[in-house]
Design a protein around this ligand. Structure first.
Ligand code: SF4
Ligand code: SF4
Length: 231
């Protein structure tokens, strides 16, 4: 999931002041931001109270089912058309993708982020999150026993350990086991340790163009044509 952190409320107020907003609509998300305790019903309610206490009018709120889903969010915001039309600004308590979805769905109104997107990670336990994937686009988890070296090794080394590893511990995060020691031990336990000298080839980051895009419809259509489905 996308891990988000709350923004300094002073920054949010500053954003509102830049457009002279007095009336605000707030959007949250039922997915990652709810699990991260940053943009669910509770946090949207807290922000609404915070703004009301400072003299703003909250014209309405919506905690969307999946805020980064443009079609869904458009439909959900349409139900709040009147509340949105009276809002001078929208604050979105979601990851950056959700903020951009709302900005696209309501392009006539200034839209501001209420959170900072931190990383793609796992819930270790309630309220504790750790980064697990940097979406490099060329996953090597098949070769590393399901442990991501790009993300969990502070140096992002594909093949390690580095010269600083000591007694199995990481030289940067000294309270943790070196990622490459973990990978080696897990592969060995599974009976598939890499032979000495073998290495994971360097990634070709030139193929990771931005913005990333996956078009499943086009892919399916190409597959259909290839299999003769268009005859
Ligand atoms: S190698 Fe790591 S960063 Fe790359 S896709 Fe796999 S989990 Fe994500
Ligand atoms: S000790 Fe291991 S995990 Fe830490 S930086 Fe070096 S290779 Fe990466």
């Amino acid at each position: 999931m996308i891990i988000t952190r709350p923004r300094d409320p002073a920054r949010i107020v500053e954003n509102l002041e830049t457009v002279g907003a007095r009336s605000v609509f707030i959007v949250g998300c039922q997915q990652c931001a709810t699990v991260a305790h940053t943009g669910g019903e509770v946090e949207v309610g807290e922000l609404a109270r915070f703004l009301t206490e400072r003299g703003y009018e909250v014209s309405g709120t919506e905690v969307s089912e999946v805020t980064c889903h443009l079609a869904h969010t458009r439909v959900e915001l349409r139900r709040h058309a009147e509340e949105l039309s009276t809002a001078d600004a929208v604050i979105v308590l979601t990851c950056g993708a959700g903020v951009q979805t709302v900005a696209d769905a309501a392009p006539e109104t200034p839209v501001f982020p209420g959170l900072d997107s931190a990383f793609l990670g796992n819930v270790i336990r309630n309220g504790v999150f750790e980064e697990r994937c940097q979406m490099c686009g060329q996953c090597v988890l098949d070769l590393t026993a399901g442990i991501c070296p790009v993300t969990t090794c502070p140096k992002g080394l594909l093949n390690g350990p580095c010269g600083g590893m000591w007694d199995g511990k990481c030289e940067v995060m000294t309270d943790r086991e070196c990622t490459h020691v973990r990978i080696h031990n897990r592969l060995k336990a599974q009976g598939r340790a890499r032979s000495q000298g073998s290495s994971i080839p360097a990634k070709d980051y030139s193929v990771k163009l931005k913005p990333g895009s996956v078009n499943l419809r086009a892919q399916r259509e190409r597959a259909r044509r290839k299999s003769g489905g268009d005859r």
